[in-house]
Design a protein around this ligand. Structure first.
Ligand code: FAD
Length: 397
């Protein structure tokens, strides 16, 4: 291949580019990214960056030397708008068309939003610019924050806002936070983390609408009006100065409509990241690999090396099948989850206790361990995760 184009200049796109060079590809490498920034790390955005403990210059995923060694053409601040596999071209929003032999799709995911006109003071959190805008609002003195959605991002934002001394309410439509991911017992543990830290948690109710602050001129907020109230589905109204919507993400595949790729909750590809279209692979949060789409930092970092090996080979010669792994930092607790949980699992605490806020738990089904969850138990967790990855899984305790 003489030219390979990576679309999406973040974690997965960068690691695809690095792997291409490591694996000996010496042709032209083009990296197209909609954001103006070079690749940076997203996990701190809801954690240390939001609290001010980390500044933007500490988020870079590659230093100047690594960028230079990559010897790539960076087209930043440039959105790809279409892919035409038969002519092997990528259409850019600025009207240019790029000819390419191979394509790595690494466009990640975008936050879901609530219906209705956007109001000032309402935020989602995916990009550095999103986080900077939210941080700026949180730095204007004590505010009432309503976080919609108690998933991992919502919980981390709530935790950061509480650390900053704001008054925080979290609204969750399900009966418990993180119920599908962690099951009822561990969801109860996560609910306690909120309330332990003075955060109000309202579960079992959705949000009907966001309303502007009455009596405030919309002109001051660019004609949009500024959020003042959150109306819940059960009829309650919550006063809000800042609202953070954390109701999940969807894969960034809109620009690929009509490309001939199969799009179904992500770019459908095999276990090696190869799509049915020759010369096109998908990596990171946008890829639905062998029926499963991960939204995890570790797989977005690791799987690209496999996908580009297959791209260079012209066929799938390797697959990526690591045990899924995710971490989350909330209220001074590091949660780590490896494996795949399901509602049918039995959860057994095998070390420590949830009451002490430090434990290791196993998710078990049909006599086998399917997942391990730890709170502030990094070493035992690392051991258990390693064992879970081995054939035969974890030994019984
Ligand atoms: C606030 C936050 C906290 C997180 N915390 C954790 C954590 O604690 N633990 C964990 O395991 N994971 C965490 N994650 C998830 C992790 O960051 C993601 O899994 C990872 O960023 C995925 O990388 P990616 O490169 O696939 O996608 P992304 O990082 O989403 O990057 C995709 C890039 O593609 C660009 N793009 C999109 N469409 C186009 C287009 N048409 N043309 C050009 N460019 C385009 C986007 O602008 C973006 O820069 C967190 C994510 C967020 C947002």
């Amino acid at each position: 291949m003489r030219t390979i184009t990576v679309i999406g200049a973040s974690l997965a796109g960068l690691h695809a580019a690095l792997a291409l060079r490591t694996q000996g590809y010496d042709g032209r490498l083009v990296i197209v990214g909609e954001e103006h920034h070079r690749p940076y790390d997203r996990p701190p955005l809801s954690k240390e960056f939001l609290t001010g403990a980390l500044t933007a210059d500490r988020l870079s995923l590659a230093d100047a030397e690594e960028i230079a060694e990559l010897d790539a053409d960076w087209l930043l601040g440039t959105r790809a708008e279409g892919l035409d596999p038969p002519s092997r071209t990528v259409a850019l929003a600025d009207g240019r068309k790029l000819s390419t032999d191979g394509v790595v799709l690494a466009t990640g995911a975008v936050p879901r939003t609530l219906p209705g006109e956007p109001l000032a003071g309402v935020h989602t959190l995916r990009t550095l610019d999103d986080a900077a805008a939210l941080r700026e609002e949180l730095s204007r003195g004590q505010v009432r924050v309503v976080v919609i959605g108690a998933g991992f991002i919502g919980a981390e934002v709530a935790s950061s806002c509480a650390t900053l001394g704001h008054s925080v309410t979290v609204v969750e439509a399900a009966a418990q936070p993180l119920l599908p991911q962690l099951g009822a017992r561990m969801a109860a543990f996560c609910a306690d983390l909120h309330t332990d830290h003075g955060v109000t948690l309202l579960t079992g109710t959705g949000v009907r609408a966001l309303h502007p602050e009455p009596g405030r001129s919309a002109a001051a907020d660019g004609g949009r009006g500024r959020v003042g109230w959150v109306e819940l589905a059960d009829g309650r109204f919550l006063p809000a100065d800042v609202v953070v919507v954390g109701i999940g993400v969807q894969p960034a595949t809109g620009w690929l409509q009509g490309s001939g790729l199969v799009l179904d909750d992500g770019v459908v590809c095999d276990a090696g990241g190869a799509t049915p279209v020759p010369g096109v692979v998908a990596v990171g949060d946008v890829a639905r690999r062998a029926g499963h789409r991960a939204e995890h930092w570790t797989s977005a970092m690791e799987a690209p090396a496999v996908a580009v090996r297959n791209l260079l080979a012209g066929t799938t010669v390797e697959t990526y099948s690591a045990v899924p792994y995710f971490w989350s930092d909330q209220y001074g607790i590091r949660l780590q989850l490896a494996g795949t949980t399901s509602a049918a699992d039995t959860v057994r605490v095998v070390e420590g206790s949830p009451e002490d806020r430090s434990f290791l738990a196993r998710y078990e089904r049909d006599g086998a361990t399917t997942a391990v969850l730890a709170a502030n138990r990094p070493r035992p967790f690392t051991r258990a995760r390693r064992e879970l990855s081995r054939e035969g899984g974890l030994a019984p305790v």
